[in-house]
Design a protein around this ligand. Sequence first.
Ligand code: DAH
Length: 356
Amino acid sequence: MDELRTKYLDAIAAAADEAALEELRVQAVGKKGEVSLKMRELGKMTPEERQVAGPALNALKNEINSALAAKKVALADAALDARLATEWLDVTLPARNRRVGTIHPISQVTEEVTAIFADMGFAVAEGPQIETDWYNFDALNIPGHHPARAEMDTFYTHRAEGDERPPHVLRTHTSPVQIRSMEKTGAPIRIICPGRVYRADYDQTHTPMFHQVEGLALGKDISMANLKWVLEEFFSAFFGTDVKTRFRASHFPFTEPSAEVDIQCSWEGGTVKVGEGDDWLEVLGSGMVHPNVLKAGGIDPDEYQGFAFGMGIDRLAMLKYGIPDLRAFFDSDLRWLRHYGFASLDQPTLHGGLNR
Ligand code: DAH
């Protein structure tokens, strides 16, 4: 029995894993194990012999079982320690740098424009980018034969052969939102409509998609003087300095009278500076809304009148932030976006200074 005890206790102590332990258990105390076989021999002993051998064998069996259980726990502990040693994590290390995205200058400028006009009581209106040619042209007093249709390099949608309906167009300006807004809310009304517009044109100052903001103010006694005040107020707030404007007589089908508006600037040193010098830069078209346009929007021109204007957002962004090439706006070049983009928390507010 001493031999058995030494043999198995040593083997259990040396076992490398659970499988080896299980093998030892079967060998020692399994049904046909060495200790079990010895117990079977008890029956052949005299009662005196059995009184000595029985308890001793039982004690040996218990001892081996306890050793097996203890070793099993020790093996599991060792395995856990090994795992912890390889999987530990230093939570005191500084976090890895993540690149933060930026707000595109067009989005930023749109927000700035919106904040300034909102302060003057203008709400934001939107319309579809795929328009019927009625909203894009006819309702704006641009009939079918009008040269403005050709001038605008319009993108027309495809129509199946034999489909005689007039095609839809990618809106060439934000002016159709004027009509949709008049239909929706009637007069009086004071809105701006920022958004994407499309024309088949591509060079340093033209891209097939660009951005405009339309303005519309209708009431019983709104005049050209109100237009001039609103625009000067806008440009001064936007550029952060007093900006003089110059109104030049012009022609648009949807306004009468019509004016193109220039802002004061200087070209000294090859870069343009707004609000100083004695040069002029054309920035928008405007005028008093044509009676035909009011009628198309369901408004009685004998009761209401007002002004409208339209200007390029991309152009404003280039002027304010010194961006030389329009095409870069739409290249998605990350280096450019990081350079000209704005921090996401840099929300434009009038009191915050609009990132001047
Ligand atoms: N729709 C014109 C364009 O895209 C801009 C414009 C001019 C809009 C005069 C107006 C306006 O509302 O009154 O060139």
